[in-house]
Design a protein. Structure first.
Length: 400
């Protein structure tokens, strides 16, 4: 449906402006007149050049948090859903989210429920969001569910930011190290090689090894880059196989340094997601199905699927999770107590809060360990190259 922008004067005499969607210009004017506005000026909204393209941008977690919280506040205050969406369409800054909200509002005006409307936009509203909205609509607690969603998205975004900060730092150090070593091998070593050739005589073994490495690197740098790209693409193709993905995802959780951090992140994400869905009224089998698909780890996903089968057969959640080997005994024990007492959502929330703090500690520990190790490794490599190049100079001084 076309979108029109308007300027008008309210009954109190205040100048107002905004957007509305209508089938035609005449219909837009009639809608505004029914609202009691006067001095109406309406025109079609210029189509955004970026609309519907990858240049339009994306909806960030912060946009979703603000939207969910504002939507929750208005519904809690008794504002009808359509009117709430209309208000948010006018004040939402993100163009992609605004366009989606207009489409959702049109669907609701056509008789669809909020759940049916947002389910069409899976690029913004994932399965977790849509199912929680469905539970909120059915149970008449949509405002509570939206507030929980806002809190969940906020905490999930913070968790992702912590993991990125832990991974970016060593990545930057490794990239800088490789750049420094490449510059030395490509530009610095050849000048020394020419100088040694002019002097004549046999070179020390370490110096000769470094010079041979420099020649190889200069002659084969394009082949090395091509081989690395081919290796990455081949790994991505192989990684798509379910068996390989399961083995790799399980292996990374037990790495010496990064493994404990990744396990804590997996436990925190699982606990937070499942707690949020159960406390919002989503049936546990449906919640486990969604959690398995949003876990981000194939080994954990298979464990959650087995847990769903266990519950459908009348058994417990804790036992199949224990068999994955991913969850620490304390977590399994707390889940078991939560099942026995009927407070599983509360126990899961406490687990998530605890492991959020544990992730903070693990990130700090990992950063403090990686920094001196990487600096020491870089120092040894660069220092070794420099010493190897100066060995012939030292020998020449001894001869003289």
């Amino acid at each position: 449906m076309p979108i029109f922008i308007y300027k008008a004067r309210s009954r109190s005499g205040r100048r107002i402006k905004g957007d509305l969607d209508a089938s035609s210009l005449d219909m837009a004017e009639k809608v505004l007149k029914r609202k009691g506005l006067s001095e109406i000026r309406v025109k079609p909204r210029p189509k955004d050049i970026l609309e519907g393209t990858f240049l339009e941008g994306r909806v960030s977690p912060r946009d979703m948090v603000v939207f969910s919280r504002q939507f929750s506040t208005m519904i809690n205050a008794g504002v009808p859903i359509l009117q709430s969406l209309e208000v948010m369409c006018e004040q939402t800054e993100n163009s992609m989210l605004r366009r989606k909200l207009y489409e959702i509002k049109n669907d609701i005006e056509g008789g669809a429920s909020l759940y049916e409307s947002i389910r069409k936009h899976r690029d913004i509203f994932d399965d977790l969001y849509t199912n929680m909205v469905d539970a909120g609509e059915t149970g008449g607690v949509l405002d509570v569910v939206l507030e929980r969603l806002a809190l969940y998205i906020e905490k999930a975004a913070k968790l992702r930011a912590k993991v990125k900060s832990a991974m970016i730092y060593p990545g930057v150090i490794i990239a800088v190290s490789l750049a420094v070593i490449s510059i030395i091998l490509i530009f610095v070593i050849p000048s020394f090689e020419q100088m040694f050739a002019d002097l004549g005589g046999a070179l020390p073994v370490p110096t000769q090894i470094v010079i041979d490495m420099s020649r190889f690197f200069q002659d084969s740098v394009l082949y090395i880059i091509a081989a690395l790209i081919a290796a990455v693409m081949a790994f991505r193709l192989i990684y798509r196989r379910e068996r390989v993905k399961t083995l790799v995802d399980n292996w990374v959780l037990f790495l010496p340094v990064a493994g404990p951090l990744l396990r804590k992140v997996a436990v925190a994400r699982f606990s937070r997601t499942l707690s949020t869905m159960i406390s919002s009224g989503v049936p546990i089998l449906r919640a486990l199905d969604i959690v398995s698909r949003t876990s981000g780890n194939k080994a954990l996903e298979l464990g959650v699927i087995e847990a769903g089968k266990s519950i459908s057969e009348g058994q417990t959640l804790a036992e199949p999770l224990d068999e994955t080997g991913i969850f620490p005994p304390m977590v399994i024990h707390m889940i078991s107590i939560g099942e026995a007492t009927g407070a599983l959502d509360t126990m899961l929330e406490k687990i998530a809060d605890f492991y959020d703090d544990e992730v903070d500690v693990a990130v700090e520990t990992l950063t403090s360990l990686i920094e001196p190790i990487m600096i020491a490794v870089l120092g040894v490599i660069v220092g070794g190259l420099v010493v190897s190049m100066y060995l012939p100079v030292f020998q020449l001084g001894d001869v003289m």
